[in-house]
Design a protein around this ligand. Structure first.
Ligand code: NAP
Length: 236
């Protein structure tokens, strides 16, 4: 039977590359984001693609989007919980409450709402939720307290879902990506003093595919995939 994945934030970057990877592999793919025209560009008219306008911070929109996916494809095998923002960065004392709140709304509450809707639809026959964390889930980038706090929180969310899904055949894992070339990283490069080492977004998508392809008795709880030359591991 053809498997179904929901990809949030499928209108650009890692989400778009992942949606295209799964379409190429013959999966049914539901593409969610706010910019529907960008979702259509990503789907490229593929017959097994469903594009749904959805702001992941809005509970009603998230519930409706998952209902549309279930109506079209019957069941949901995998959620790639990917939609996220990198709020304006700055020294800690300058951080703005509205930017902090926006970061929590998308990166944490949005991921909670989407995971909950996927989990509800996996109760009978299991499934897999893959949360997009970040290398910032363990190690902060300077001047990015809001982003760092949400990504650390995703690790807790991942473990809690993995534990609460264990007896239901619902797996939950997290992928922590370091510097895949996307619009988010292009913005970081523009604001960086020195060179920023990057990796191809398609390699991140391939990693998501390998996590999603495992049988439900096996789970990658946490995977780090990063530009090999980025200064993340050890001293310098
Ligand atoms: N690139 C990296 O190296 C890297 C590293 C670590 C973690 N990540 C994580 O990877 C994820 C994707 O990032 P990216 O690099 O691919 O960035 P991106 O190209 O800026 O993509 C972000 C995606 O999130 C969606 N999004 C943002 N707010 C949303 C909302 N309220 N509702 C629905 N969708 C929303 C955007 O779609 P719309 O604007 O159309 O809604 C867009 O499709 C994020 O969670 C990010 O933290 C990326």
């Amino acid at each position: 039977m053809t498997k179904t994945i929901v990809v949030t934030g499928a209108s650009s970057g890692i989400g778009a590359a992942t949606a295209q990877k799964f379409l190429k592999e013959g999966w049914n793919v539901a593409l969610l984001a706010r910019r529907v025209e960008r979702l259509s560009e990503t789907a490229q008219g593929a017959p097994q693609a469903l594009t749904v306008a959805c702001d992941v911070t809005q509970e009603v929109q998230v519930i409706s989007a998952f209902d549309q996916v279930a109506n079209r494809f019957g069941r949901i095998d995998v959620l790639f919980n990917n939609a996220g923002i990198f709020p304006p960065s700055g020294r800690f004392d300058t951080l703005d409450l509205a930017a902090w709140q926006a970061s929590l709304d998308v990166n944490l509450t949005g991921m909670f709402l989407c995971a909950r809707e996927a989990y509800r639809r996996m109760l009978d026959s299991g499934g897999r939720i893959i949360n997009n964390g970040s290398v910032s889930a363990t190690t902060p980038r300077p001047n990015s307290a809001a982003y760092t706090a949400t990504k650390h929180a995703i690790t807790g969310l991942t473990k809690a879902i993995a534990l609460d899904g264990r007896d239901l055949n619902i797996c939950c894992g997290q992928i922590d990506i370091g510097n895949a070339r996307t619009e988010m990283v292009e913005a970081l490069i523009r604001n960086s003093d020195g060179p920023v080492e990057t990796m191809a977004v398609e390699d991140a998508a391939d990693a998501v595919y390998s996590m999603a392809s495992l049988p439900l008795d096996t789970n990658v709880l946490q995977m780090t995939i990063m530009a090999n030359r980025m200064p993340f591991v050890g001293r310098g």
